[in-house]
Design a protein around this ligand. Structure first.
Ligand code: NAD
Length: 477
């Protein structure tokens, strides 16, 4: 299949030409080849998209949950028909190996849509209070959705499905790194036959289209996933305009492994979460805290398990990891590995070298740095690549204090055979999500963080509520 060129925008139910001719290249990170050109939305394009969404607001607000659920069902059917195309797009623009691109990245989104369909049953649009007043849950207005590139379709659907279930018309500005899969998703939305203006998509970069969209006075609610730096800028814009704002940002999640845990099982699950998708997972367990009595064994086991993680070409089937998303990320990750080595970390797997055939792409070998202390740059900075650090701790109090000594608070992971200790850790870890003994997060559960990892939750009913506003009615006849 020929992939679409992201040179048009989807506004008011139709594909429209960009008003500006300026374009930027979309690059395949496996080999540096240009695979598409991307149109950049101007203020006029943003105005047109916001105007279309505003026109759609009264109609969407008047829909009931059965109508919104029906729209989600149509989206699901249209999406399922395009999974192969989206897998191909993600393989080329993100560099994800084809099996991951098709199954995890593309098909995996169906579970998120299903969770929104189920959550429609939980939304109560009108609720009488015991005091005789009435509470309505209404769409918060026109929504701006700004998404990153690492799980591009998941991140779009978590916002899109929630906004639609809440009755909000939306303007999506997907990542400029992965605009092709987003363009196919807009084709899916067209095929799903939504009311004109309910879904709009513009392309562009953050400083241009993204900043113009979030500052637009016709936007009432902003939902952003991306870096903490950009999230801070968007939060300031939202504050200026008194807009609702949900932020899903970066992480440096601690994984606490006690000596009573099954080390093999704990480290197998941890490295899978940390290395999958070339480590480009905001909630990855990248700070491994190991009880000192098990530390040497854990380093040995981790080094052995890391050998199962190899790099390979994106178009080859298999469970290898591909390149990281772009040259900027590649340079950042390599700089972090160098920083670790320069400050005393011990390299036990991976490092700066890759086999010569991969030297021209953005490949990074799965890397483990041991003997790290929590004050080192590699323990404090989000690396966003296949790199984990190992830090020993003395006891539960020490583990908690190291785990919580971070700017971030997205996820935390605990491995222990002691149920009471697990519950104390669950209570005291400063994180939006705690995963115990290798568990995974289910679709529909609230995803999000605390501290510099953001504000708000995505997924299922929790995500829908971010797009809803309460209206109190007294004396309703
Ligand atoms: P990024 O912040 O550079 O860009 C994310 C999106 O925001 C892009 O669409 C970009 O164009 C746009 N953008 C950037 N600056 C903007 C601005 N001032 N105004 C409006 N839009 C702007 O992030 P990235 O490099 O694409 O993604 C990687 C980051 O995302 C990592 O830090 C990662 O941890 C984070 N992330 C978080 C989650 C989560 O749910 N917490 C999920 C995935 C990724």
């Amino acid at each position: 299949m020929t992939l679409p060129n992201p040179t048009k925008f989807y506004i008011d139910g139709a594909w429209v030409d960009a008003t500006d001719r300026e374009k930027i290249n979309v690059t395949n990170p496996a080999n540096g080849e240009t695979i598409a050109t991307l149109a950049l939305a101007t203020a006029d394009d943003v105005n047109a998209a916001v105007a279309a969404a505003r026109r759609a607001l009264p109609g969407l607000r008047a829909t009931d949950m059965a109508q919104r659920r029906a729209m989600l069902h149509r989206i699901r059917a249209a999406y399922a028909a395009r999974i192969d195309d989206m897998g191909q797009a993600i393989m080329q623009e993100l560099g994800a190996p084809i099996d991951l691109a098709r199954a995890g990245q593309a098909a995996g989104v169906l579970g998120k849509i299903d969770a929104f369909i189920d959550a429609c049953d939980e939304v109560v649009l009108s609720e009488p209070l015991a005091n005789g007043d009435l509470v309505l849950r209404q769409p918060a207005g026109v929504a701006a959705l700004i998404t990153p590139w690492n799980w591009p379709l998941h991140q779009i659907m978590l916002k899109l499905g929630a906004a639609l279930a809440a009755g909000c018309p939306m303007i999506l500005k997907p990542s400029e790194v992965t605009p092709i899969c987003a363009t196919i998703l807009a084709e899916v939305m067209h095929a799903a036959d939504l009311p004109a203006g309910a879904f709009n998509m513009i392309h562009g970069d953050g400083a241009g289209a993204g900043a113009t969209l979030t500052a637009h006075p016709g936007v009432d609610v902003i939902s952003f996933t991306g870096s903490t730096a950009a999230g801070g800028r968007i939060a300031r814009t939202a504050a200026e305009g008194i807009k609702r704002c949900a932020l899903e940002l970066g992480g440096k999640s601690a994984c606490v492994i006690f000596a009573d845990a099954d080390l093999d099982a704990a480290l197998t699950s941890t490295l899978r979460k940390a290395f999958n998708n070339s480590g480009q997972n905001c909630n990855a367990p990248t700070r491994l805290l190991i009880e000192r009595s098990a530390y040497d064994d854990a380093v040995t086991v981790a080094a052995r398990l890391a050998a199962d993680w190899t790099i390979g070409w994106p178009d080859q089937p298999g469970a290898h990891i591909g390149p990281v998303a772009n040259a900027r990320q590649h340079a950042h990750i390599r700089a972090m590995i160098k920083s670790g080595l320069n400050t005393g970390a011990r390299l036990v797997a991976g490092g700066l070298d890759v086999p010569p055939e991969f030297a021209n792409g953005c490949f990074v070998a799965p890397t483990i740095l041991a003997d790290v202390t929590n004050d080192m740059e590699v323990a404090r900075t989000e690396i966003f690549g296949p790199v984990v650090v190992m830090i020993p701790f003395d006891d539960e109090t020490d583990a908690l204090s190291i785990a919580n000594d971070s700017d971030y608070g997205l996820a935390a992971f605990v491995h222990t055979a002691d149920r009471d200790r697990a519950h104390r850790m669950i209570r005291d870890l400063e994180a939006g999500m705690v995963l115990v003994n290798g568990s995974d997060i289910s679709p529909g559960s609230p995803f999000g963080g605390v501290k510099a990892s953001g504000i708000g939750r995505e997924g299922g009913i929790f995500g829908i509520e971010e797009f809803m506003e309460i209206k109190l009615v007294a004396g309703a006849p």
